[in-house]
Write a protein that binds this ligand. Structure first.
Ligand SMILES: Nc1ncnc2c1ncn2[C@@H]1O[C@H](COP(=O)(O)OP(=O)(O)O)[C@@H](O)[C@H]1O
Ligand SMILES: [Mg+2]
Length: 225
């Protein structure tokens, strides 16, 4: 049984004019602690797939399974709990609270989860250290560099010890040196036991993963086409 799996997923957007088939019969799986990259050009369907796998969007056909359970069989409440507890989300454009410090941003999911203060403090510090930002702990995130912002997002995504981190173009706004640091961090995260599923248009970044899948025109393949 895989940690996260989808079977024959189809997603069609119908903006009124011509329907767009963003995903066509996509099947894939991610195992526990694995670092997987999906690479493909802009518009190939990567974000659509990640949103479906992350339960932020529902497919038109096919099924998504988390630890063997069909997501469609879960109530809204169960899905919401799973999103908060088992998934960590990392996006290209960060979505940090700019006026809050690194500490406050990383701590936020733990506050929402109702973790008690002493435990929260310990966990937050540990996460900030893991991503190498201890010296920036009390800095407002609007003052950080792009690489530091993304590392803050990753620490925040890890707060509730997710089973899997889903990253959509995490290095889209970063230079190659910072991107390489983020890839190293994903490797460390996978070694710590959270799987990482990253989608990217950048083949150099994807090459750092344990396994690469290729997306083209809504279809997913094991080999580059
Ligand atoms: N909400 C939406 N409404 C209409 N079309 C969409 C929507 N989201 C994505 N698409 C279309 O689906 C295709 C795949 O998009 P996307 O998954 O964002 O690709 P990628 O992330 O690889 O750049 C594109 O043709 C895009 O324009
Ligand atoms: Mg995208």
């Amino acid at each position: 049984m895989s940690l996260l799996e989808c079977k024959e997923i189809t997603r069609i957007f119908d903006p009124g004019t011509a329907a767009i088939k963003a995903l066509s019969d996509v099947s894939m799986s991610v195992e526990e602690g694995e670092f997987v990259a999906i690479v493909g050009r802009s518009g190939s369907g990567k974000s659509t797939l990640l949103n479906v796998l992350g339960m932020l969007d529902a497919p038109d056909e096919g099924e998504v399974l988390f630890n063997g359970t069909d997501v469609r069989k879960m109530s809204e409440k169960e899905k919401s709990a799973l999103r908060n507890k088992s998934f960590g989300y990392v996006f290209q454009s960060f979505f940090l609270e700019p006026e809050y410090t690194v500490y406050e941003n990383v701590e936020m999911p733990l506050v929402i989860a109702g973790v008690k203060a002493s435990e929260r403090k310990e966990r937050t510090k540990e996460l900030i250290e893991l991503v190498g930002l201890s010296e920036r702990t009390d800095q407002k995130t609007k003052k950080l560099s792009g690489g530091e912002k993304q590392r803050t997002c990753i620490a925040r995504a890890l707060a509730c010890k997710p089973a899997i981190v889903l990253a959509d173009e995490p290095c889209g706004n970063l230079d190659s040196a910072n991107s390489a640091e983020i890839m190293k961090l994903f490797r460390v995260i996978a070694e710590h036991g959270s799987a990482v599923l990253m989608v990217t248009h950048n083949e150099d970044d994807a090459a750092k993963a344990d396994r690469i899948l290729y997306m083209k025109d809504g279809c997913l393949r094991n080999e580059k086409q």
